[in-house]
Design a binder for this molecule. Structure first.
Ligand SMILES: [Zn+2]
Length: 339
């Protein structure tokens, strides 16, 4: 996988100055402080992230029982509904349980009208192994940037989605990463599939896009204030603990620590991490990550190429860019894995 030029762009000073209005900058800081204090956030139509007020529950009639269970995470609970959407929501009810037997693409397609109310222009593109979701998010009001999300949604519930995110500003496109993206493909790591329990295959697509919008907002905060806001996970080491090499190279001292304490990394686990022999924790990290170092993250070239054309180029077959799905398909067909 070779990154194309679009992924190499750095935010220049002049671009930074034009990035946010003063109000937007203040709002971004307020939301960041709220995330640090574990306040709930909501997502308004267009993907605009806002700090509380206290969440209103998702209308019950909108989803099947199974999806209710699956989409009950914080982003779902705190979504702020417009009355217009509540009135019209029953028209686009997704298929009931049972659709999973034949895969999830039909389920997702049934949600499209609903998704487009929150994310205007969102589209689904068919694929042999599922469906692509392409959507734009404003993230915050008063920003010159929009986020573009391209998410591969496998047909099988056994494999998690994999998505990539890009900023678009003045017609230029820039990969959103590398913080909290996966190795080595730079895909979005917006939640932990088992620890966070905020979304699972077959869930509500608006909720998924809301989670991505909040992730993008946190990236915007990192760009503007040089600090990732709110709780965060580190990659696990051999013992399932936060990898010290990952933390030392990724976390800023003023960010929350990943150990679950409410303290800043600099005052919590960093002094301990610094005492470890750096070369050996680096080697241990590489052993676990295909010999790659922390900087070796970038979206597949086909993904960047698709987005660089404003999404007009078709995305690649999902199986080509989703290694877990590729392994799953190879297992099912009895063929040897080609990774
Ligand atoms: Zn700690």
């Amino acid at each position: 996988m070779h990154p194309v030029l679009v992924t190499q762009t750095r935010t220049s000073t002049s671009k930074m100055e034009a990035l946010l209005t003063d109000d937007a900058r203040a709002e971004l800081q307020r939301i960041g402080d709220g995330l640090d204090a574990r306040q709930p956030v909501g997502v308004r139509d267009g993907g605009i992230v806002v700090l509380g007020p206290q969440p209103t529950p998702t209308p019950v009639q909108e989803k099947s029982d199974e999806q209710q269970q699956r989409a009950g995470g914080p982003a779902a609970r705190s979504r702020q509904r417009s009355t217009r959407r509540q009135r019209s929501s029953d028209r686009s009810r997704p298929p009931r349980a049972g659709s999973r037997i034949v895969g999830l693409a039909g389920n997702y397609t049934g949600q499209l009208e609903n998704v487009q109310r929150a994310y205007p222009g969102a589209t689904l593109l068919p694929d042999d192994h599922g469906v692509w979701l392409l959507a734009r998010s404003q993230v915050i009001e008063g920003s010159a940037r929009e986020a573009i999300f391209l998410i591969a949604l496998p047909e099988t519930p056994a494999v998690e989605p994999r998505g990539w995110a890009f900023w678009e500003q003045d017609g230029q496109v820039e990969w959103i990463g590398p913080r909290h993206t996966n190795f080595p493909d730079g895909s979005v790591c917006a939640y932990h599939p088992t620890l966070d329990k905020v979304w699972a295959p077959g869930g509500d697509l608006r909720t998924l896009l809301d989670i991505y919008s909040v992730w993008a907002l946190r990236h915007l905060h990192l760009t503007v204030f040089d600090r990732w806001p709110g709780r965060q996970h580190a990659m696990p080491d051999d013992l399932g603990r936060s990898d010290p090499y990952y933390r030392l190279t990724q976390f800023k001292e003023a960010e929350l620590c990943s150990c679950g304490s409410a303290r800043r990394y600099g005052e919590c686990c960093r002094p301990h991490d610094l005492k470890l022999p750096f070369l050996s924790i680096l080697q241990a990290f590489k052993r676990r990550n295909l010999g790659l170092s922390i900087v070796d993250r970038a979206p597949p070239a086909q993904i960047s190429a698709s987005i660089a054309q404003g999404g007009h180029n078709s995305p690649p077959p999902i199986v080509e860019v989703h290694a877990t799905l590729r392994a799953h398909v190879a297992d099912l067909s009895g063929n040897p894995r080609i990774d």
